[in-house]
Design a protein around this ligand. Structure first.
Ligand code: PMP
Length: 365
């Protein structure tokens, strides 16, 4: 672990060291199981218990009631861009409402258009996606198939401070890929919340779908079997072989959140402290750093900012790496720097980056 840098990758991203160590220790032979988890049938009771434990940890962290199924799927978050409209829009007379606040919402919309009518009720593209709308900026027709939005746009670093307003008759659907379990969430306000694991919840390979049970009935049986939510719910995520390794690690991360962090309220407090360190370094730099997101919707997970010019940006990245701060280059569509500080980034990492930013600005400003 001495060789580990503070890793600000947007995903796959930092995992708790204690989880990695546990995985290392248990990988060759799972205690009591006489084989590695990697070599075990997904129908083996040992794995089925692991899957149920992972589900139960997520249910208890997010307080998810029996009205919802929790599914472990493959195909990444991107497959959900298609599965959602394939199940809930295709073949209906309705249109689906979308709020577009960044790259991932935009990609979801492109896929939904293949399945049916899409109504973009708010589009932040003109501002290069630097904000989220307020309630009075959009309205959602009460007969929409659903309202879809991305809570945290990973590339732009804009995050909804609270869920959008949505008529009671319309299921609210959230892409929470880059901020899943970063704070408590009232699941009962949602029809569905989903997240790929590889940012805030585990390794790549599994996507968690929390879906209200009445929505399982809408998808047509003529859909390809894998694409129908109901099949996965009825088979307890074992309709086909699930990604066993990723589910195993996801379960360990959920247990770490519960036991080591103390739950999602404690996680939120820590995340606010970490993000506060970085945004404070931006705001106190006398304009040396410019944040991309408007202050009221700055992401607690991905802090995006630019420096005065490209040369300084390159210098920043290389000196940061020399100081053990890596994977800070922003996405090409926004440029600049992106510091992803997911749940598993320790406060010391955010502090080290904030200190580096302040020293760099005073040397080069
Ligand atoms: N939504 C969001 C918010 C994301 O950050 C990402 C991942 N980069 C995706 C969707 C797509 O995830 P995947 O690569 O697992 O399909």
């Amino acid at each position: 672990t001495d060789q580990r840098a503070y890793n600000f990758s947007a995903g796959p991203a930092v995992l708790p060291v204690s989880v990695l160590e546990e995985v290392r220790d248990e990988l060759v032979c799972l205690p009591g199981a006489r084989s590695s988890l990697l070599e075990m049938s997904h129908r083996d009771k040992v794995f089925v218990d692991i899957l149920h434990d992972a589900e139960n940890s997520i249910r208890s962290l997010l307080n998810i009631s029996d009205d919802y199924s929790v599914l472990f799927l493959q195909g990444g978050a991107a497959l959900q861009f298609s599965m959602i409209p394939a199940n809930l829009l295709r073949g209906t007379e309705k249109s689906a409402a979308y709020i577009q606040t960044g790259t991932w919402g935009k990609k979801a919309i492109a896929e939904a258009k293949k399945e049916g009518a899409v109504n973009i009720v708010y589009d932040a593209a003109d501002s290069n996606f630097n904000h989220v709308p307020s309630a009075e900026d959009y309205s959602v027709p009460a007969d929409s198939a659903y309202l879809y939005y991305c809570n945290n746009e990973t590339i732009q670093g804009v995050q909804f401070p609270s869920e959008p307003v949505c008529p009671d008759s319309v299921p609210l659907i959230c892409d929470a890929s880059s901020d899943f379990m970063h704070r408590p969430l009232d699941i009962s306000k949602y029809g569905m919340v989903y997240a790929c694991a590889q940012k805030n919840a585990g390794p790549a390979g599994v996507t968690v779908v929390v879906i209200r049970k009445d929505l399982l009935e809408i998808g047509s049986a003529s859909l390809p079997g894998y694409l129908q939510y109901k099949n996965h719910a009825e088979a307890d995520s074992e309709w086909n072989t699930p990604p066993t390794f990723a589910i195993w690690v996801l379960g360990k991360v959920a247990r770490w959140l519960t036991n080591d962090i103390g739950g999602l309220e404690a996680m939120e407090k820590l995340n606010r402290e970490k993000a506060g360190l970085l945004y404070n370094a931006i705001d106190s730099s006398n304009g040396f750093y410019t944040g991309h997101a408007k202050p009221e919707c700055r992401s607690l997970m991905n802090a995006t900012f630019v420096l005065p010019n490209d040369d300084l940006q390159s210098k920043f990245l290389s000196e940061a790496a020399d100081n053990g701060l890596v994977a800070l280059k922003g996405h090409r569509s926004v440029g600049g720097i992106r510091a992803s500080i997911y749940n598993a980034m320790p406060k010391e990492g955010a502090q080290a980056l904030a200190d580096f930013m302040t020293a760099f600005a005073s040397k080069n400003g």
